[in-house]
Design a binder for this molecule. Sequence first.
Ligand SMILES: [Zn+2]
Length: 191
Amino acid sequence: MAKKTIERGFCALCGRALLSPEGICTLSDGNQVCSKCIRRLRVMLPLIVSVDSNGIIKLRNDTMQKLNLAEAKQKMQNVTAYTEKLRANYQNANAVFAVDQVQTEKGGFLKPTIYYATGRVIYGYFDPADQVQLKHGGNAFDLELKNVLKIGSISASFGNNTVQGIGGTQCVLQFSGKGIECAPGDLIVRR
Ligand SMILES: [Zn+2]
């Protein structure tokens, strides 16, 4: 079935028509912001959610919704400089992920352990098949991301919950490998 694309007004930041399937953000003064602008601003205005073991969202705190239009415009002007400053703090890596929680699963006969690292993307983007480096204590492990999953969806029963890990959001990075060590506080970095 084709998705309906009825207009819902216009983005207050870029003027683009808002389409009904896209996620929008309503600011504190009622102005609406499109998904493209949300993607750009998110790094400065994180979305914080917590989920229960069934993947149900228990708490959702969107710092973007607290802004009015003037403040959102100001943030948009600063977002490039803000991200460049973050990059400089992390040796100019393209993307950085901070691990909050680690779950593991047996990989099966002769297969390495599967890791699910829940955490937040500090900046940049993560996608399945990205080549990354896991920094654990003084060690670094080179890995390929098997998948990037919606937060809370760590099991096959959630079906296809692949997402792009976007700066300012939480997600789950799935990977496997022999001799890997991963713990809360580790960083996963894409060069
Ligand atoms: Zn927009």
